[in-house]
Design a protein around this ligand. Structure first.
Ligand code: BDR
Ligand code: CA
Length: 352
C-alpha cells in the first residue's frame, strides 16, 4: 500500500499527526529534488526500542511514538545511564506522558554489564535520569503492558512473531541485545534491521578520548552484537555530535509550542533561560538517541559507509574503543548527517 492511502486508512482521525507528517516531508521533497518520495517507503516500520532512559532516550521515545512512519511494539530497559529499576520507572513515566494508544509491551532487561561494574551518568541525566522533569506515573494499565519475562526473552519472541519485519533500535549499552543473541540466535537473525546509537568511529569519545558511553559500559556485549552478522546501522558520535538543541532553538522553536512535550524538553535538558545553558553548564544538548530513531524513520538523513569495526574489550586506555579495521564482516556506519533536516523532523514531532 502506498503512503497516502495507508495514511488515510490509519491516521485520518488525527489531523495534527497528518499535518506534521506533511510538514516534514515537504522538507524531504525539496531535499531529494523529488527523486525519493515517501511512496517508496514501506511503513509504518514495526520497531522495538531498547533504552536506558535517560534524557535523550526519553526524547527518542517521544520522537518514535509521534512518528507515523513507526509502530513501536515494545520498549525494553537496560542498565546504563541510571540503574535498571530507575530506567524501568522512567520508561513508564515517559509512556504516561506520551499516552500511546497501542499500549506497547515493556520489559526489564539486564541490571549490569556482561563483564565489569555498572557505570552511571547521573551528572548528565540528573539523579532521576530525567533531569528536572517531573512526570506523574499513572495507572499502568492505561498506556502500556508489562511483559512477565525479561527483555532478552521478549525481543526474540516478538521477532519470531514478525519475521523479517522488525527493526530493533538500541540506544543504551548493548547488554540486552547480546543476551537475546545468546538466548535465541536463530530468532534474532529474523530481525530486519538493528539501529544502534553507540561508538565513536572517526571522532573522540565522550567518556574517554577513545570510548563512547553506550559501548564503554559494556564493550563485551557490543563486541558480541557487532560480530553477530545482524544487519547493523551504527549511529555513532560522528553524527550525533552534529545534532543538538541550542538556546536559540529552545527559545524560538521549542518554547512557543507550549505543550507538555516542549515543557518536558526544557525541564529534562535543564535549560536555564537566564544563563542560556543546559545541564552541566553546557551550551548545547546533543540529540544522540533521537537521531537513531530519525535514521530508522529515514535513512536519507545520513551518509553511511560499510566498515568493519572492532570493539576493544581489554582493560586500559582503549577500553570500549570502536575502531575501523580490515575485515569482511561489515556494518553500516553513519559518518555524516543532514542536521538541519533532522532537527526539523524532531521539532515537528514535538507537537502531539
Ligand atoms: C549515549 O550515552 C547516553 O548517556 C545517552 O543516552 C546516549 O545513548 C551517548 O553517548
Ligand atoms: Ca541512551
Amino acid at each position: 500500500m502506498d503512503a497516502p492511502s495507508f495514511w488515510q486508512k490509519n491516521h485520518s482521525s488525527n489531523p495534527v499527526d497528518k499535518q506534521t507528517y506533511f510538514e516534514y516531508h515537504t522538507v524531504d521533497f525539496s531535499r531529494t529534488l523529488g527523486l525519493v518520495t515517501p511512496m517508496n517507503y514501506e511503513w509504518p516500520k514495526k520497531v522495538i526500542i531498547d533504552c536506558d532512559v535517560g534524557v535523550d532516550d526519553a526524547l527518542a521515545l517521544i520522537l518514535a511514538f509521534h512518528s507515523p512512519e513507526l509502530d513501536v511494539e515494545a520498549v525494553t530497559g537496560v542498565n546504563g545511564n541510571v540503574p535498571l529499576d530507575l530506567v524501568f520507572e522512567n520508561i513508564q513515566k515517559v509512556l504516561c506522558l506520551i499516552q500511546p494508544k497501542n499500549k506497547p509491551l515493556i520489559a526489564k532487561g539486564a541490571d549490569r554489564p556482561l563483564k565489569g561494574e555498572p557505570v552511571y551518568a547521573y551528572s548528565f541525566h540528573g539523579k532521576s535520569g530525567l533531569g528536572k522533569a517531573r512526570i506523574e506515573k499513572k495507572k499502568h494499565e492505561e498506556w502500556y503492558r508489562i511483559f512477565s519475562g525479561r527483555a532478552d526473552e521478549l525481543i526474540p519472541k516478538l521477532v519470531r512473531q514478525h519475521p523479517n519485519e522488525l527493526t530493533l533500535i538500541a540506544v543504551g549499552p548493548l547488554t540486552n541485545v547480546a543476551l537475546a543473541l545468546q538466548r535465541d540466535l536463530e530468532g534474532m537473525t529474523m530481525l530486519k534491521e538493528v539501529v544502534i546509537m553507540g561508538g565513536a568511529v572517526r571522532v573522540k569519545g565522550n567518556v574517554t578520548p577513545y570510548a563512547e558511553f553506550n559501548i564503554f559500559v559494556d564493550p563485551l556485549a557490543a563486541k558480541i552484537v557487532f560480530e553477530s552478522g545482524l544487519p547493523i546501522t551504527l549511529v555513532p558520535l560522528d553524527v550525533t555530535h552534529q545534532v543538538c538543541l541550542t538556546p536559540k532553538v529552545i527559545e524560538e522553536r521549542v518554547k512557543p509550542l507550549n505543550n507538555l512535550f516542549s515543557q518536558f524538553v526544557v525541564e529534562a535538558t535543564q535549560y536555564n533561560s537566564t544563563t542560556q545553558r543546559f545541564l552541566e553548564n553546557s551550551e548545547m544538548f546533543h540529540l544522540h538517541d533521537p537521531l537513531a530513531v530519525g535514521v530508522a524513520i529515514d535513512q536519507d538523513l545520513v551518509g553511511m559507509k560499510r566498515l568493519s569495526i572492532d570493539v576493544n574489550t581489554r582493560e586500559g586506555d582503549y577500553y570500549g574503543q570502536t575502531k575501523e579495521v580490515e575485515g569482511n564482516l561489515k556494518i553500516n556506519a553513519c559518518l555524516n548527517v543532514n542536521s538541519k533536516t533532522f532537527l526539523e523532523l524532531f521539532l515537528s514531532r514535538l507537537s502531539s
